[in-house]
Design a protein around this ligand. Structure first.
Ligand code: LMR
Length: 327
């Protein structure tokens, strides 16, 4: 054999070898829409750190925050295609895939985040992680963000104040019904488009958590924020059942461990970040925070509560009852 053929053979073998090495490493993409300095952003970064500590070179975890890779209306299909392995859309964004998760959007369902944890950790909440199994999606955990506040350019103290106002909402029929219940005009829109829609007046207001209001600067383009705590914005971390089940068991166990730790971390951090970022919004002086009296709060509750009956058939009364029992 001539030397050059031998050399070519050695080079080809080396290439083959390096390809084998590369394919042995599982590259895992996690896409989300919020800023890194949020409960979900921090949870995702923690998951990367722990998974790479536990599994070493066997995995490479890539986190794509700020809708860099996909908006939430695209991410679940992308997971099924294998373009991305993990996403954590808000529980309001699964309506196309299952009606049961709509429970989380019912206005005034949870009185605080302890009630949310109680439901998520209980039997019905855990069952809901599998609500999309027939569609090929597995829920691997719940992550908290927090309770939602209402913002607008006029003070919203009573439900009548919202009448005729256009609100950007997540893609949830329950949230649409919630705003229609106070004669407001809901407009479904991607999170990534919200700031500019508020700034240019395409919509008058929105509802979101302190963390999202702060990290996406919504407070800079809204004159008033009503501290209404009227609904929940939490997440389900999801992956493709087929991909997850097909993983090398060692990798799957390591990822499951990292996910468990990341869930504990994100859920522990959310209250702290919420308090910190709420205070930062107040300190900015850019917007006025309105507190509701007990009577005013009750009026919003009464106006929005009929939404429960509208969706109880789709959700299941047993699920709603289990959630309400956690208060
Ligand atoms: C929103 O669209 O307002 C939220 O779902 C964004 C998020 O992921 O917190």
């Amino acid at each position: 054999i001539s030397k050059s053929i031998l050399a070519a053979g050695v080079a080809a073998a080396a290439l083959l070898g390096s390809n084998f090495a590369a394919s042995a490493q599982e590259v895992i993409k996690f896409a989300h829409v919020v800023a890194p300095n949020t409960p979900k952003g921090q949870g995702a970064d923690f998951f990367k750190k722990r998974a790479e500590e536990i599994l070493g070179d066997k995995v490479q975890i890539e986190i794509y925050p700020n809708s860099q890779l996909f908006d939430d209306d695209k991410v679940l299909a992308a997971i099924l295609r294998g373009d991305v392995q993990f996403g954590a859309p808000s529980l309001a964004k699964f309506g196309k895939w299952t009606k049961k998760l709509q429970v989380y959007d019912l206005p005034f369902l949870f009185k605080d985040m302890d009630a949310v944890s109680c439901f998520q950790n209980g039997e019905k909440g855990q069952e809901l992680l599998n609500a999309m199994s027939s569609k090929g999606l597995t829920g691997v955990g719940y992550w908290h963000n927090g309770l939602k506040q209402l913002s607008a350019n006029k003070p919203l103290r009573a439900p009548e104040d919202a009448a005729g106002q256009k609100f950007r909402i997540q893609s949830s029929d329950v949230i649409a019904a919630q705003f229609e219940a106070v004669d407001a005009v809901p407009q479904k829109m991607a999170f990534s488009e919200t700031y500019s829609a508020l700034q240019t007046g395409v919509v008058d207001g929105q509802e979101n958590t302190w963390s999202n209001i702060y990290s996406k600067k919504f407070f800079e383009v809204q004159d008033y924020i009503t501290e209404s705590n009227h609904g929940l914005l939490d997440y389900m971390v999801v992956t493709s059942t087929k991909w997850w089940d097909g993983l090398d068991p060692e990798i799957r166990d390591g990822l499951a461990q990292a996910m468990k730790e990341a869930s504990d971390y994100a859920n522990g951090l959310s209250a702290e970040l919420t308090a910190e970022q709420r205070q930062a919004v107040i300190d900015s002086g850019e917007t006025e925070i309105l507190q509701l009296s007990g009577e005013e709060f009750a009026k919003w509750q009464t106006a929005m509560k009929p939404v429960w009956d509208e969706f109880s058939g789709d959700i299941g009364q047993d699920i709603i009852d289990a959630a309400a029992a956690c208060n």
